[in-house]
Design a protein around this ligand. Structure first.
Ligand code: SF4
Length: 763
């Protein structure tokens, strides 16, 4: 296996890079054109449009892309989706079917020599597949045999804690709830999920300061906001329908302030393809102020702003801070002010790379506004200091009283359609006692109390043979995780790896001694049980739970739903608890009844989820109720430490291209950034290139030496790009090999993929 991984990791050939000036606007007719081309090429316009007509419509199918909410009221008749929603659907409803004959023709070695893009384009897996120890090809296996093999491996383990049960954010509420129930009945809390790698830092910071690990705003708040701060997020590619909300906010007079090392087209201007004006190229300018700060200097910027705000408050007391809110609803204000006074404003500003005048202008704007929304994504959550940085953003909102009222609050934007729902369902390696008590009461067994492994600790446990079975509910674990060679060794060390998947991906090719692929129904597939069509439910970024119902005949009769897979496996495992798995597998209403009984906020679940727009879960911070130990929102004290860079070092952030969703590579273009037909690129600042004697399109190797270990990513092409000096950007998963397993955020243990120290050397 070592041989095939290297060839894929270090290709010698490129795909033909072309670069142009980056785009100055997002969407428009180009997005419509691109979407139609993809549909026509991948699935045919008629089939494609018939599914898209249902996408994100009330009672329709939920987009398997990001978790941006649908409007509560009117849904667009022209289409409630974006270009990336089209790409996600085109991949999912592909008619390319991979059955036993495909795997007989193509060895694991041959497939793993392909790039992630090529592997993903192979298609949907049509039947369960098994890879025996030392075998070169997957072969067909019956569901019964597959469950038997998995169950016997699990029962052979010395302890349930030697098994890892991973969840990707596409898993529905019903499947996630039953999955965590099965895993806890089996005896472990080893439930790492993709949230560990994305918004875990948000969850930790918000729970500690506001008493809830979720955002507080609704879509409606965007229409009422005076200021929208967007930090470390690229909505034009990763949450494209957010641009509609930003456009509405702009038209209502909001000021948009963007903080991002890269000048992203989707934050500069939006050409709404659903408006007539698009034909004339009319667009809405979005960001009024665009701060291209240095990577990982967000905390320094927000602290500098808070210092200037406190100076303005001293000059005109009661005109800048919302003192009533602070006195009534918060704790720690005095200590925080004292802390700000102890900090050096000059030093903080210097760290950002932004001129003092610009920062003062931003502070001036914020000083006079009250309805402020702060939005963020991975650009804030994947750093060592992420939890503290997000707390500093909360400090700003608390000073302004911009929480728990219309037009104001926190908005961590989730990148995967049900990642928030999975956590709400109990997919968490560190469950609350409240949840475990409830499970004990409802299901009459004692769930394990010992906290399990999150993603990073799960990788280490597999690497050190403390874990021997890896089971993944969806996702592409190998490509999503850091330190690729280390993680590959960890997976290879397992006795068995099991992937519940829709499409072929690299995690099927980097595997344990034995490996099993269990093909599941996709969200767009019809799911019929005992003649009754079932539907599932998901929770979006703003805590709205709604239904999703597929309407397409599955690509093969040999597929099972996620719910069915969990229930069938659970029945095969000799669990010491009596749970009616068959009933749940045949009627999802029964699962929802149990969710209602176990988890707060799901009263009358089956009725309310059938409401056209679903229902909102309770959210204390949204209503100015803070579920902290003191029932008050908390000011936090943090200290900014810059990441030191030696002479030839750069700070690298891994990012997505526009033709990518997480580890799914839809295409080789990154149209908004003017980069075409190549993914092994490194975006560098022109003056840095000059200083390093590098030219545009030079081929370089990238090195990381953390912990005295050399990590190398070979053959990347230099792209001259508008990025702050000593900062560079590369795409994941290609650059994940450079992200050390030890490079994690404090408190949340999230891989710090947005700030990795590297060296760049001519190949
Ligand atoms: S914004 Fe997100 S959820 Fe909406 S259609 Fe696009 S990818 Fe799907």
């Amino acid at each position: 296996m070592a041989k095939n991984k290297n060839q894929a990791e270090n290709p010698t050939s490129f795909t033909g890079l072309k670069t142009t000036k980056p785009a100055k606007e997002a969407a428009g007719l180009k997005a419509v054109n691109k979407s139609l081309k993809i549909l026509a090429k991948e699935v045919g316009l008629i089939k494609g449009l018939s599914v898209l007509n249902q996408l994100n419509q009330k009672g329709g199918v939920d987009c398997p892309g990001c978790a941006w909410p649908d409007p509560d009221d009117e849904r667009s008749k022209l289409g409630e989706y974006c270009e990336n929603g089209v790409k996600a659907i085109a991949e999912e409803i592909s008619s390319k079917s991979l059955d036993a004959s495909f795997f007989a023709q193509h060895s694991v070695q041959e497939l793993s020599n392909l790039t992630d893009y090529e592997i993903g384009k192979k298609g949907r897996i049509a039947q369960p597949m098994y890879l025996a120890e030392n075998a070169s090809h997957y072969e067909a296996i019956s569901w019964d045999k597959a469950f038997e093999k998995i169950a016997s491996k699990l029962s052979d383990l010395a302890s349930p804690n030697e098994a890892i049960f991973y969840t990707s954010g596409r898993t529905s509420n019903e499947a996630a709830f039953l999955y965590q129930l099965f895993v806890r009945a089996y005896g472990t809390n080893n439930l790492p999920d993709c949230s560990n790698m994305c918004h875990e830092s948000s969850g930790k910071a918000l729970s500690q300061t506001l008493g809830i690990g979720k955002g507080s705003v609704t879509l409606h708040d965007f229409e009422k906001a005076e200021v929208i701060l967007i930090l470390g997020q690229n909505p034009g590619t990763n949450h494209p329908r957010m641009l509609n909300a930003l456009q509405k906010a702009k038209r209502n007079g909001a000021i948009i302030i963007t903080v991002n090392p890269l000048r992203e087209a989707g934050l500069v201007a939006y050409n709404n393809p659903q408006e007539l004006g698009t034909v004339l190229g009319s667009k809405t300018q979005l960001s009024d102020h665009y701060l291209q700060i240095r990577i990982n200097s967000d905390m320094a910027l927000i602290q500098a702003i808070n210092i200037i705000l406190s100076e303005h408050e001293k000059e005109s007391p009661g005109h800048v801070f919302d003192q009533t809110f602070i006195d009534d609803k918060t704790e720690g204000f005095t200590a925080y002010l004292k802390h700000l006074e102890s900090l050096s404003l000059d030093k903080l500003i210097d760290q950002t790379g932004i001129a003092r005048g610009i920062i003062e202008t931003i502070a001036q704007i914020l000083a006079s506004k009250k309805r402020i929304i702060a939005c963020w994504a991975m650009g804030l959550t994947q750093h060592k200091n992420s939890v503290d940085t997000i707390k500093e953003v909360v400090n700003l909102l608390l000073l302004k009283g911009s929480i728990g009222k219309e037009g104001a609050g926190t908005c961590p934007v989730r990148g995967h359609s049900n990642v928030q729902g999975d956590r709400t369902m109990g997919i968490h390696e560190a469950p609350s006692d409240k949840l475990l008590d409830s499970i004990q009461e409802v299901f009459n067994f004692a769930p394990p109390r010992h906290h399990g492994f999150d993603v990073v600790n799960a990788i280490k446990a597999m690497h050190d043979h403390r874990a021997k079975v890896f089971f993944a509910m969806g996702g592409n674990f190998l490509s999503a995780t850091p330190d690729t060679l280390y993680t590959a060794k960890a997976l290879a060390a397992c006795d068995l790896t099991v992937q519940v998947s829709t499409k072929l991906n690299r995690s099927h090719l980097i595997h344990g001694k034995e490996a099993i692929i269990l093909p599941c129904l996709a969200r767009t597939d019809k799911d019929v049980k005992q003649g009754v069509e079932q539907f599932v439910s998901v929770e979006n970024s703003m805590g709205i739970v709604h239904s999703s119902k597929g309407n397409l005949p599955p690509i093969s009769d040999a597929l099972k739903s996620e719910v069915d897979i969990v229930c069938s496996l659970a029945q095969r495992c000799d669990l010491a608890v009596d749970i009616p798995w068959t009933d749940y597998a045949n009627n999802y209403d029964l699962v929802r009844d149990k969710i209602e009984a176990t988890i707060a906020g799901f009263d009358n679940y089956n009725d309310r989820v059938r409401q056209p727009a679903g229902f909102y879960l309770p959210n204390g911070a949204r209503n100015n109720e803070y579920n902290t130990s003191s029932k008050k929102a908390q000011f936090s004290i943090s200290f900014f430490e810059a990441i030191p860079l030696k002479g030839s070092e750069f700070l690298m952030m891994t990012i997505r291209s526009h033709d990518q969703f997480n580890t799914t590579i839809y295409g080789l273009d990154d149209r908004y950034r003017g980069i075409y037909n190549e993914r092994r690129v490194i975006m560098m600042n022109p003056s840095d290139m000059k200083a390093a004697n590098l030219n545009h399109m030079d081929v370089v190797d990238l090195y990381n030496y953390t912990g005295g270990q050399k990590r190398v990513a070979k053959n990347f092409m230099v792209v001259s790009y508008d990025i702050p000096s000593r900062c560079v950007a590369t795409y994941f998963p290609e650059a994940n090999v450079l992200v050390p397993i030890s490079n994690v955020a404090k408190v949340s243990n999230t891989p710090a993929s947005k700030s990795v120290v590297i060296e760049v050397k001519l190949a």
